[in-house]
Design a protein around this ligand. Structure first.
Ligand code: MN
Ligand code: MN
Length: 285
């Protein structure tokens, strides 16, 4: 594909930008399909497909200053080192009052980002999986342990997981016992995303929100190119609704688990489109 290597329309310098995109090309803890480390490149390439004008909102991305920093150098790191480096980087962004927008990589990158934030924020995670294991394959920073690691940093009441439909039995019981707030995909299908969002809003009150989108939360019919696909998922419209619902209080965002070797391009396109939608909402127009 003959397109520039940065995210489309990211024409601002770091200083001018309100939103800073960065890639965290990490894929070393994948348990089923490998290749999530290739996602930042694939998503950036896909981003050139779209018009700068958003038909739905009437906004134009050229009016919003945002910067593409490039990738963090973490590919060869142990998970704990990758997390540390990511935290250090995001800390510098937050000091400059930038909105961090990360392109994963696996979900394992998210604790690195969230650990840079104060402990009074809340996290909304869209995911097919609970990700609540204490460790997986002897690794506490595995992608299957993300929510558990977030709960090391934040009060568990500050976390909401939407779209879940897969967990290990012990993991599920542990999450229940600790009072983790989650709404499964079947309930969302039955009662609607608005219902789920109203409940999540009530639970998280008026806290600032970090939104992490594990792309496998969306049904594999829409997002097949992912590491651990799980049928009976959310629709892209559900994710739109979630972004709309929390947009005014968003403080950071990541999209993770896009796996280009298993994609025909549609998953990267969807990720790029959602990123553009986030930028529009949070960037100063
Ligand atoms: Mn996940
Ligand atoms: Mn997942």
């Amino acid at each position: 594909m003959n397109v520039p290597s940065y995210f489309a329309d990211a024409e601002s310098s770091l200083d001018e930008a309100a939103v800073v995109l960065f890639g965290v090309p990490y894929g070393r803890t994948s348990s089923f399909r490998f290749g999530a480390h290739l996602a930042p490149l694939a998503i950036r390439q896909a981003s050139w497909n779209f018009e700068t004008f958003n038909f739905r909102t009437g906004k134009d991305l050229r009016d919003i200053p945002f910067h593409d920093y490039g990738n963090l150098e973490v590919e060869e790191d142990k998970p704990s080192e990758m997390v540390k480096k990511t935290t250090a980087f995001v800390t510098t962004l937050l000091k400059k009052e930038k909105f961090p927008l990360a392109l994963g990589g696996e979900h394992a990158i998210t604790p690195g980002i969230v650990h840079a934030f104060p402990q009074d924020i809340a996290v909304v995670s869209i995911d097919a999986h609970l990700d609540f294991r204490q460790q997986y394959e002897n690794e506490p920073y595995n992608h299957a342990c993300v929510i558990r690691r977030l709960a090391d940093h934040l009060p568990i009441d500050n976390i909401a997981v939407l779209g879940v439909r897969s967990a290990e039995k012990e993991e599920f019981e542990e999450a229940k016992q600790q009072g983790l707030f989650f709404i499964d995909a079947f309930t969302i299908h039955e009662k609607g995303m608005d219902y789920a969002l109203q409940r999540a809003q009530r639970h998280l009150k008026q806290k600032k929100i970090y939104l992490t989108l594990d792309i496998d939360g969306i049904d594999p019919a829409y997002a097949p190119g992912t590491s651990t696909p799980e049928p009976f998922g959310l629709t892209p419209f559900d994710v739109f609704a979630c972004i709309d619902s929390f947009a005014s209080r968003l403080v950071g965002f990541d999209v993770v688990e896009v796996c280009p070797p298993y994609d025909n391009g549609e998953t990267a396109l969807l990720a790029a489109k959602l990123i553009r939608y986030i930028i529009e909402h949070v960037g100063a127009a």
